[in-house]
Write a protein that binds this ligand. Structure first.
Ligand code: PEP
Ligand code: MN
Length: 357
């Protein structure tokens, strides 16, 4: 679907990168909301976020303060002049949020996965002109994410933006949600006019990862940041470990290096030329490797041998990663490349096995 995206364009909010949205994970009490908002406003933050309805992994946790929190958000708007933003997951949420004068809505990661829920929100927004930010689905599915934009766009919402909040994985290591930067990068390629925000709080899950993730997002030309900030993070009722005080937020933002250079220097194009060349060679070599692999497939078929030879596969991964290490290539990276190559070889050989004689 061809979409003509309009800028979010909020009067008084600078269009310079990064556009910042900040506020607590959840609205908890009137004091917490107002105190956090006042401090953020004093630091020049113009858009305040707070979750009113919280999708929690298990029941029994804090599921959001509900409608009464909207009145506190309204106070924030009246007192500080900030724009206010919250998450909606149902048509009732949309109805209540609009009634309370919420200026921006976002759709959460657990909602984006569900086309019925996204459609319900889109239908509830028909005829309303409000910016809607859509978080990536929890699973790394770009089409599902784009589908959500199409649903909102189909309802007449043109001021759209994306929030990259990372993708959940079974084994959590450094990140709470894996960044998989290539997905928002591909989104940018597919929808070049769509502003993209990074949510370093939900990607990192830890305070100390917020600054480096913000910098990475800026280096990848993201337009904005949505960061969880709480007047007393340790005491937060949800996501305590990933929230920072307004003071720390200000510090993090001031340290960001924003590189706006768009000029391609001659040197850079020379280097890029070299890269293009190398990539062509890599592709040719891979094609050659696949041809040989198909020959092996023919041999295995003629000799009734199974395709998969596990010892051989392990040997390839081990040997290649050892060679890689000697020339300063990251072991995991090398293994990942050969897993992909091997998978494609197996696929090619399966085609051969299944060919009629
Ligand atoms: C949030 O922003 O507080 C939230 C619930 O985020 P996500 O949908 O990314 O998990
Ligand atoms: Mn949160």
């Amino acid at each position: 679907m061809e979409m003509v995206i309009k800028p979010i364009d909020l009067p008084g909010v600078s269009k310079q990168r990064p556009i910042v949205i900040a506020g607590p994970c959840s609205a908890e009490t009137e004091e917490q909301v107002l105190e956090t908002a006042r401090s953020l406003s004093a630091k020049g933050i113009k858009i305040f976020r707070a979750g009113i309805w919280k999708p929690r992994t298990k029941p029994g946790g804090f599921e959001g303060i509900g409608i009464k929190g909207l009145a506190w958000m309204k106070k924030v708007k009246e007192e500080t002049g900030m724009y206010i933003a919250t998450e909606v997951a149902t048509k009732d949420h949309v109805f209540e949020a609009l009634k309370a004068g919420i200026d921006l809505l976002w759709i959460g990661a657990r909602t984006t996965v569900n086309p019925f829920a996204v459609q319900e929100i889109a239908d509830a927004l028909k005829g309303v002109d409000i910016p809607v930010l859509i978080k990536n689905p929890v699973n790394p599915d770009l089409e599902l994410w784009i589908g959500a934009f199409e649903r909102l766009y189909g309802a007449g919402i043109q001021r759209l933006a994306a929030i990259h909040r990372g993708f959940s994985s079974y084994d959590k290591k450094i990140y709470r949600n894996l960044p998989l930067w290539h997905i928002p990068i591909e989104l940018r390629r597919r929808m070049p006019d769509l502003p993209i925000f990074c949510d370093p709080s939900h990607i990192g899950g830890k305070r100390e990862l917020i600054a480096p993730l913000c910098q990475q997002a800026m280096d990848l030309s993201f337009d904005g940041l949505i960061i969880e900030s709480h007047c007393n993070p340790d005491a937060a009722w949800s996501d305590a470990s990933q929230q920072i005080t307004p003071d720390v937020l200000d510090y993090v933002l001031n340290l960001l290096v924003i590189r706006e250079g768009t000029q391609t220097t001659e040197n850079l194009s020379q280097l890029r030329g070299q890269i293009d060349n190398i990539d062509e060679q890599l592709l040719e070599l891979i094609a050659k490797r696949m041809r040989i692999s198909r020959e092996i497939g023919v041999y295995k078929k003629e000799h009734d041998m199974p395709i998969l030879q596990s010892p051989r596969y392990n040997e390839i991964l081990e040997k290649r990663s050892n060679i890689g290490e000697q020339i300063n290539l990251n072991t995991e990276f090398v293994k990942a490349i050969f897993r992909e190559i091997h998978e494609e070889s197996v696929r090619q050989q399966m085609i051969i096995m299944n060919e009629q004689a």
